[in-house]
Design a protein. Structure first.
Length: 451
């Protein structure tokens, strides 16, 4: 049996395997968490702590067919203005609840397209945030930027507000692919946006590209990656295109017969990966690449890389608060998610309530499993001594858990008294091996914990 067939049998090409940006994953959140729990968790943050903040802007001018993000199209500023008012009210309410002296270690504006805010709206939003939690000494402020939806005035406003990391959506540079995914964005548009960002002294630049797109071939992805490399991004997210037309209806416009086969997807990833490695980028976890001097690469080399809702991070804050519709907050006690629909979120805030409607309280062996999964997703390795110390388990109990959980992958992973390791050849299986540690995974009905 060929290696690829074996990998397929282990579930490699199963599109439904989570990316584990949280554990448990969001579909397992329950309605047990409401604003009362959220308020309690906020009050438990120590005075003077550093926290992170995520602000969600669920609007776009264009609705790209490939996009699986929850976002709504608008050609006018009216809904955006109304939403900004809600965000400011939510931030003010948060300010009244937060303990004293809290500062920000990370601030991220995501979406949707935060850059569709007019410059004065960006300034107002930044001021509302600074009022409740100013930046800490080494803070990072990142913004998702659609190169088609940005100009000098908006970048001036972002730079003045302290943006020091820009994250731009590229996807692919090829014309035919762009047309088939409903995302037209010439190389010149991307290059101009990057030049404008750098001219304003923004130190770091991330770019998102996709593999597994319709009509994508090894030759095409090679050309796109080379074009991207010519723009010198500090970090690249190389995501596999998730084709889920039953959830993201826009994707029905995508020619599914032009999608690469699962085997071809694997080769597309490999082709792109090799180009980044040749160009001396460090490989970060399952889908990121970064220059060796970038914070993520340094964190990975020092064993400090973490996973959060934005993917990989070197953030050390215990608390991440999500503001805006659908945003998720993470506390040492659990997760809390705001109402997904903008209308429900708005109604709650206008009523003087946080819109938190779902979440999860950590219990049982959640924190242990969360750490095991994070270690695999970040380092492809679980260190028995670390787990044994952190969770007060005997090394033999840790070993027994690793051994029983990864039995189906025995011929792909390395397990010894020091721990578990996924060798390079088996890295495409990382999410599937991580899923074996997921006690909430429905494919494991009747699963009994080994602990
Ligand atoms: C919120 S969007 C990007 C921000 C901005 N609106 C833009 O388009 O440039 C974040 C990223 O999610 C990724 N993404 C969206 N839909 C996806 C899908 N179906 N499969 C994989 N990645 C996807 C894209 O790479 C996209 O750049
Ligand atoms: S890719 Fe960006 S601009 Fe396009 S629909 Fe998604 S969030 Fe909006």
């Amino acid at each position: 049996m060929g290696t690829k067939t074996q990998l397929a049998e282990l579930g490699l090409f199963d599109a439904k395997v989570p990316r584990y940006t949280s554990y448990p994953t969001a579909p397992h959140f329950t309605p047990d968490i409401d604003q009362n729990t959220f308020r309690q968790w906020i009050s438990a943050i120590p005075d003077g702590a550093e926290i992170s903040l995520y602000v969600h802007v669920p609007f776009c001018r264009r609705l790209c067919w490939f996009c699986a993000c929850r976002t709504q199209g608008t050609q006018t500023d009216r809904p955006v203005e109304a939403y900004l008012k809600v965000l400011k009210a939510e931030l003010a309410m948060l300010g009244e609840t937060l303990p004293r002296g809290v500062r920000l270690s990370r601030l991220h504006w995501g979406g949707g397209t935060p850059t569709l805010l007019q410059p004065h709206m960006m300034t107002e939003l930044a001021e509302a945030i600074a009022k409740i939690a100013p930046f800490g000494p080494n803070a990072e402020f990142s913004v998702e930027i659609d190169p088609n939806e940005v100009d000098g005035a908006r970048l001036d406003a972002l730079a003045a507000a302290g943006m020091n990391r820009a994250s731009i959506g590229v996807q692919d540079f090829d014309d035919q692919i762009q047309q088939s995914i409903g995302r037209i964005q010439g190389y010149d548009v991307t290059r101009k946006a990057i030049d404008m960002i750098r001219t304003r002294g923004v130190q770091s630049l991330n770019a998102d590209i996709l593999f597994g797109l319709p009509h994508q071939t090894n030759a095409k992805i090679t050309e796109s990656v080379q074009k991207l490399l010519s723009l010198n991004p500090d970090r690249v997210a190389l995501y596999g295109y998730a084709h889920v037309p039953w959830m993201a209806k826009r994707q029905q416009l995508i020619p599914s017969d032009a999608l690469p086969t699962p085997q071809e997807r694997l080769e597309l990833f490999e082709t792109a990966r090799r180009l980044f490695l040749w160009d001396n980028y460090a490989e970060i976890g399952i889908d990121h690449f970064a220059t060796k001097t970038d914070g993520l690469a340094i964190a990975q080399a020092e064993g400090r890389l973490k996973r959060n809702f934005q993917g990989y991070t070197d953030d050390t804050s215990e608390v991440l608060i999500g503001v805006g519709a659908s945003s998720i907050s993470r506390f040492p006690q659990g997760y809390a998610q705001n109402a997904p629909a903008t209308s429900a979120h708005t109604a709650a805030i206008r009523d003087g309530r946080f819109s938190v409607s779902r979440g999860h309280v950590f219990g049982g062996d959640d924190k242990l499993r969360a750490r095991l999964i994070e270690a695999l997703m970040c380092d492809f390795r679980i260190d028995t001594a670390e787990i044994s110390t952190q969770f007060q388990m005997s090394p033999s109990a840790v070993h027994a858990l690793l051994s029983s959980t990864t039995a189906p992958f025995k011929s792909h992973v390395k397990l010894d008294k020091f721990g578990l390791f996924i060798p390079e050849k088996a890295r495409p299986l990382t999410r599937i091996i991580a899923r074996a540690f997921d006690a909430y995974d429905l494919s494991k009905a009747g699963h009994s914990s080994a602990i």
